[in-house]
Every structure is written in structure tokens, then in C-alpha cells.
Design a protein around this ligand. Structure first.
Ligand code: UDX
Length: 436
């Protein structure tokens, strides 16, 4: 039957969890310390860009199954199930910082008026759920359930991913909490979504192992791309043929400027740190972290070499978000490139369909164009860093007329090569022959 749920921490994961669980028929309160975010959500406006989220937000607000509040005390008292989706940022040594989760548990210890099921949605180091259970059991009259329930949502596709998961992973140490979680996710049960029931540690490691493997696929194809450029092979043909092997699969084999986002960089560094800490180093991930940073710097060095050390040249960057369909710029390749261009005092003009506001908070002193053509005007290089659909259909005839030098560095292989050849562009690509 329906559960009274509160979701604490309304970031990307928390918002999708609150909206999705309400849509499953539960009564959900989303809690955050940011009152302006709560106000925006209560009015049916999402503080983040995520395709499709506002439709579900408004539908569930209207059904009175969903609300948002800053009152964590009332919500902890009223809820049977408490999802914790607060941030676990990286510390200097790469380990995850758990202080925000601990703050929530301390609130629960003081405020809980009955046994609660506490669901750790945040990505946490291996062993955390067990430690949290021990921490909460001390001086607490209720033996609260602790459940590990990692998420696998992709930004930009998070609504689809929430309602169509490949699997739901639940880590617990008792049967009662399993029954409660079956109730919470009964809608997915009904459509036979597979559930993986396991212990806490396995649940935590499934998240890191999955994310880091996906990142590994990307790091691998990016190095195959660099090799392809030297030997004259075509990385897209290679990736397509590789993906036809059922053991490999076609996804996450698109070579690019290096992965970014709030998860792959953080999770790879965290898994590497955890391995070293228990003297079981996962050196392949160390190599991946290094290779990914090198990939981003390689993009910059190739551009600098191509533009003959930039001497008075002007550069246009299209794409600031870490990938298409999101306004999120965390660990975006554009941050590495713009930092280096600013160090070299290069004139920059940029555009992104959604991420310019976020990017301007980090880089207020560069030129943000109203559209991609304004950004390109009078530039000597067009650097494409994010595969927005707008950039897949650029008017190359118009671009040829407005650029000072007709050169494109397409790090996402989204521009039609034949058209660039016909119009006399020089260009660099990823994993394909360059053309000068
Ligand atoms: C990732 C995982 O996919 C998701 O399961 C987890 O819950 C959170 O982290 P996300 O970071 O939102 O999701 O985006 P994703 O689509 O995985 O892309 C991550 C980065 O890899 C982006 O920078 C993207 O551009 C890059 N990427 C992805 C590639 O370079 N090539 C690919 O083939 C796929």
C-alpha cells in the first residue's frame, strides 16, 4: 500500500526520486535547505533543466501526492520511509564526504517517533550503510532500518531512466525492510522490472562498479580514437563493429573530449581511493582517471598547435554543458579548455542552448552569444564540445561566410564531413583523419 515518504536533498537524484515515487502512488514530501528551490518547486517550476520533469512535477503536485518543504522535523515525524539523497562531494583525497548524510541521521535520531526505514540514495563508499546503521543504533530507542538503493539515472534522460530502470538494486540486512521497499516500488514490480536483493556492501559496490565500467568504456574508446588518428582508421566504424558483439554492446563507445558530469569523475576517483585504502588498488581506474584528464588537455593542445599558438586568433566554443540535454557543467571539458584559453589570453566567444547561465557563474568575463552564429562570427576556430542537436545541423554555408578562418574542431563527430569537404573547411575530428 502507499507509503508516506520524505526525500531529503532535492538535487538531480532527489528531485527525480520525489517526483517518481509520488507518481508510483506514494505520498511524498521533498525536503531541502534551499527555500528558493522549494518555493520554485511548489509553484511547479523545476530549478534544474531535465526534459520532462516539470510535466510529472505538476501532475503530482496537482494530485496532492507530492509537496515540498524546508521543515525537515515535521517530515521525519510524518514519514514511514526517509530517502536520503544529499550530496557526497569528493574530499581532497578523492574519498566521499559523508557529513551531510550524518547531519540527516542526527536529525532522525532526535526527531523520529517510530521505527523508520531510511534509504540511502546517495552514492556512498563501500561499508557506509553498515557504519550508518551502527552509528544510528547507538543511543537510539528505535532500531531503524537502513537500506541501500543506489540510482542509475543519466542526466538528460533521468525521467525515462527512473520509470524504465534496467534493474532496482536494494541492499539491506533484514526481511521487513525488503517488504517495505517492495511496497515503495510496487509499480515497477508490476511491470516486472528485475530487483537485485543483496547485502549493503554489494549494493554500494554495484553502483561504483557499474559507473566506473561505463566510464572505462569511454576512456577506452577515446584512446582507440587517438590511435586511430595516427594509423588512419575510423573510430566510429570500429565502435560500431565492436558494439555488434553482444558481449560488448554498442552503448558508451562514442569517442569525445573526455567524460564529465557529477558522477563519473567523482565515482572513479572514489573507487580508486577506496581500493588504495584497503590495499586492493584498482589500478585500471587510476589509469582511466589519468587518461580522461589527458583527453581534455589533448583537445586544448591540438587546438593550440593547429592555430599556431593562437597568435591573435579568436576561438568560438559551442557546447558548455558536460553533455547534451542538460544545463549541468560539472567537470565539463569546456571548463578545462576555457581555463587554458584564458591563461593564454585568447579571445573567446561561446554558446550553449541551456548551460550559459551556469557557466557564466564560473566564467563571467567571456562573451556569451545569443545564438551559435553570433558566437561563430569573426572567429578563426570553431570548437564543438557538446553534441546538442542544434550543432548537428549547423548551416555550414553561412558559417563559411562569417568565420575569419574556416576551421572546425568537432570533438563529438557531429558535423557532416562531406559537407565540410565540399565547402573547403579545414577540420579536426576525434578518431578520424584530419583535413587541412
Ligand atoms: C552517469 C551514468 O550513466 C548514470 O548511470 C549514473 O547514475 C550517473 O552518471 P551522467 O553522468 O548523467 O550518468 O551522463 P552519461 O550519459 O553517463 O555521460 C557521462 C559523460 O560521458 C558525459 O560527459 C558524456 O558526454 C560522456 N560520454 C557518454 C561519452 O563521452 N561517450 C559516450 O559514449 C557516452
Amino acid at each position: 500500500m502507499s507509503k508516506n515518504i520524505c526525500v531529503i536533498g532535492i538535487g538531480y537524484v532527489g528531485l527525480l526520486t520525489a517526483v517518481g515515487l509520488a507518481d508510483f502512488g506514494n505520498y511524498v514530501v521533498g525536503i531541502d535547505i534551499d527555500s528558493s528551490k522549494i518555493k520554485s518547486l511548489q509553484s511547479g517550476k523545476s530549478p534544474i533543466f531535465e526534459p520532462g520533469i516539470e510535466e510529472y512535477l505538476r501532475k503530482n503536485l496537482a494530485s496532492n501526492r507530492l509537496s515540498f518543504s524546508v521543515d525537515v522535523s515535521k517530515s521525519i515525524k510524518d514519514s514511514q520511509v526517509i530517502f536520503i539523497a544529499v550530496g557526497t562531494p569528493s574530499k581532497e583525497n578523492g574519498e566521499a564526504d559523508l557529513r551531510y548524510i550524518i547531519e540527516v541521521l542526527d536529525n532522525i535520531r532526535i526527531l523520529a517517533n517510530e521505527k523508520k526505514t531510511i534509504v540511502i540514495k546517495s552514492t556512498v563508499p563501500i561499508g557506509t550503510n553498515r557504519r550508518l546503521h551502527e552509528y544510528l543504533s547507538k543511543d537510539c530507542i528505535y532500531n531503524h532500518h537502513i537500506v541501500s538503493n543506489p540510482e542509475f539515472l543519466r542526466e538528460g534522460k533521468a525521467v525515462y531512466d527512473f520509470f524504465h530502470p534496467d534493474r532496482v538494486v536494494i541492499g539491506s540486512n533484514d526481511e521487513d525492510s525488503k517488504e517495505i521497499m517492495k511496497d515503495v516500488y510496487r509499480s515497477l514490480n508490476r511491470i516486472n522490472v528485475p530487483f537485485v536483493w543483496c547485502d549493503w556492501e554489494s549494493s554500494e559496490l554495484i553502483k561504483y562498479a557499474s559507473n566506473c565500467f561505463l566510464a572505462l568504456k569511454i576512456g577506452y574508446i577515446n584512446q582507440i580514437a587517438s590511435f586511430s588518428e595516427i594509423v588512419g582508421a575510423d573510430v566510429q566504424v570500429i565502435a560500431k563493429a565492436m558494439g555488434m558483439d553482444g558481449r560488448i554492446g554498442p552503448k558508451f563507445l562514442h569517442a569525445g573530449p573526455g567524460y564529465g558530469g557529477s558522477c563519473f569523475p567523482k565515482d572513479t576517483r572514489a573507487l580508486s581511493a577506496m581500493g588504495k585504502k584497503v590495499n586492493a588498488p584498482i589500478s585500471i581506474i587510476d589509469a582511466l582517471v589519468k587518461a580522461n584528464e589527458e583527453q581534455k588537455v589533448n583537445i586544448y593542445n591540438r587546438l593550440k598547435k593547429r592555430l599556431d599558438n593562437f597568435n591573435g586568433k579568436k576561438v568560438c566554443i559551442l557546447g558548455l554543458s558536460f553533455k547534451a540535454e542538460t544545463d549541468d557543467i560539472r567537470e565539463s571539458c569546456a571548463i578545462t579548455i576555457v581555463n587554458n584559453l584564458l591563461k593564454d589570453n585568447i579571445d573567446i566567444q561561446v554558446h550553449d542552448p541551456k548551460a550559459m547561465l551556469n557557466f557564466s557563474k564560473e566564467f563571467p568575463n567571456i562573451i556569451y552569444a545569443d545564438n551559435e552564429y553570433e558566437a561563430i562570427k569573426n572567429c578563426d576556430a570553431l570548437l564543438i564540445l557538446t553534441e546538442w542537436n542544434e550543432y548537428r545541423s549547423l548551416d555550414l554555408v553561412r558559417i563559411k561566410q562569417i568565420m575569419r578562418t574556416a576551421y572546425i574542431f568537432d570533438t563529438r563527430n557531429v558535423v557532416d564531413i562531406g559537407e565540410m569537404d565540399r565547402l573547403g573547411f579545414s577540420y579536426d575530428l576525434i578518431g578520424k583523419r584530419t583535413h587541412l
